[in-house]
Design a binder for this molecule. Structure first.
Ligand code: GLN
Length: 486
């Protein structure tokens, strides 16, 4: 099939020039050719996907139209798709088969999208590089000696390598935006609550969001439109009525749009070559009529600490359910009873980064430390959120780097957890504030892609996509694709 946008395939399917079955067959051929090297995917069920494709073709033949009808999609393997194994990139879920569909998956299936595979990820979505999967790292299609970024590594690579025009990831502190920036694709983290979390395996519940990934903002809108909206199964879900009018996405008129540049993000730590690419993209926005204004987010310096205190605290609670009793792996020690079984299962089933976070989080929440760490982090979160509110008085949207650098070589940060955490410096603040944000291609340096992040006020998801679409209508960075060989 090669690389095409979802909009291209949408038109072909609607015009009857293409069948979903042909698209899905071509997707599996491409996966067979390329995934031995890239290792983006985990479970697949080709006969089942082909049956779904034929069902979509029947609906198309009967004149039905939906934004995603017949389009192949890849799902991050922390989302439930009934009947397929779900691993979350962990050994602790060995043998677990999803008994139900996540709400976002169900909505896509009802609209006729065709899931083709589950995608590799950092274990339980904890990581920034894709290296923490129990099933081995996924490779970056632009340079196989480098990481694709994480934690939605396999989902992003599936789009970058043209397995599917659409994928779902999840973003807690940057997990769709960072890999999108490393692999030259576009990804949205919606306002917290706009996409249901029901059936997304919880990492840090106050931060987790499902995020669509595609080549363009226009393509994101197709999937987003079908998934958005209140879900009785997720009490934190909210409605976004504008989402319904998304396809086809309008390009925003950027004339007079005030784009705020947080001065704390364009500072020390940002690689000069990345900065140069971003400057080019910002000039493009100016050429399209936008006005650049400097804004300040003074509590940015607390964001990494705040995020990693809250995230690990929530992780320590959420991951207590993996105990060898209810899901997946059970290791029976030769001696002892239930406590030993639980300890042994968790010891053998969970990887070192997950254990590190459970320990840190348990420590943060323990008596005597709760006020000093967890409670203080909650207060810092309020200050960080307040910074954004103040900035949106001066700017309509914000633009920033996604990451201080480009995709790094395997192993560059695995020995130093703090260095890995710092890759998230520009992505965690918007997560803490629950704001919609996206990453889209801005250009290249040294043959590697660089993404630009746009952040909007709460519930401005549609306007953000429209702004990205306007930029993409005037630029070609997002059409650059990697040269791939089997
Ligand atoms: N890299 C961040 C972390 O490791 C974000 C992960 C995510 O968004 N799932 O926590």
């Amino acid at each position: 099939m090669g690389l095409g946008t979802a909009m291209d395939w949408r038109e072909g399917l609607d015009a009857g020039d293409l069948s979903s079955e042909a698209l899905v067959r071509a997707a599996f051929d491409r996966i067979r050719d390329l995934d031995g090297n890239l290792r983006a995917l985990l479970a697949k069920d080709e006969p089942r996907s082909l049956a779904l494709a034929r069902a979509a073709d029947a609906r198309l033949g009967a004149g039905e139209r939906t934004p995603v009808l017949g389009l192949p999609i890849v799902l991050k393997d922390n989302l439930h798709w009934s009947g397929l194994p779900m691993t979350c990139g962990s050994r602790v879920l060995d043998g677990y088969v999803a008994p139900y569909d996540a709400t976002v998956v169900r909505r896509l299936l009802e609209a006729g999208a065709v899931p083709i595979a589950k995608a590799n990820l950092d274990e339980f979505a904890m990581g920034s590089s894709g290296e923490y999967s129990a099933f081995g790292p996924t490779r970056n299609p632009w340079d196989p000696s480098r990481v694709p970024g994480g934690s939605s590594s396999g989902s992003v690579v599936s789009v970058a390598a043209g397995y599917a025009p659409l994928a779902l990831g999840s973003d807690t502190g940057g997990s769709v935006r960072l890999p999108a920036s490393f692999c030259n694709v576009t990804a949205l983290r919606p306002t917290y609550g706009v996409l249901s979390r029901y059936g997304l395996t919880a990492m840090a519940s106050s931060l987790d969001q499902v995020g669509p990934i595609a080549a363009t903002a226009e393509d994101l809108a197709l999937a987003f439109q079908v998934m958005a909206g209140v879900d009785p199964q997720d009490s934190t879900s909210v409605d976004l009525p504008e989402a319904e009018r998304l396809a086809p996405l309008r390009a925003a008129d950027l004339k007079g749009l005030r784009i705020g540049l947080p001065k704390e993000y364009f500072a020390e730590g940002l690689e000069p070559a990345v900065r140069a690419v971003l400057d080019g993209a910002l000039r493009e926005f100016e050429r399209l009529g936008a006005r650049l204004v400097e804004v300040s987010l003074p509590h940015t310096r607390c964001a990494i600490d705040t995020y990693y205190l809250l995230c690990t605290s929530e992780v320590s609670s959420n991951l207590s359910r993996f105990d060898g009793v209810r899901f997946g792996l059970r290791v029976r020690p030769s001696e002892g009873g239930l406590p030993e079984m639980i300890a042994e299962t968790r010891d053998q089933g969970l990887g070192s980064e997950v254990k590190r976070r459970i320990l840190l989080g348990t420590f943060c929440l323990s008596k005597g430390y709760y006020d000093a760490f967890y409670l203080k982090a909650l207060k810092a979160r309020t200050l960080i959120t307040g910074d954004f509110h103040a900035a949106f008085a001066e700017a309509d949207i914000l633009a920033s780097p996604v990451s201080p650098g480009t995709a790094f070589p395997f192993g560059a940060k695995t020995e130093d957890p703090l260095a890995m955490y710092l890759a998230d410096a520009f992505t965690v603040p918007a997560s803490l504030a629950g704001l919609p944000c996206l990453s889209m291609p801005a250009g290249f340096t040294g043959g590697l892609p660089v993404g630009i992040q746009l952040i909007g006020p709460a519930l401005s998801d549609v306007r953000l996509l429209e702004a990205a679409h306007a930029f993409q209508s005037a630029t070609r960075h997002h059409f650059e694709t990697p040269t791939l060989s089997a």
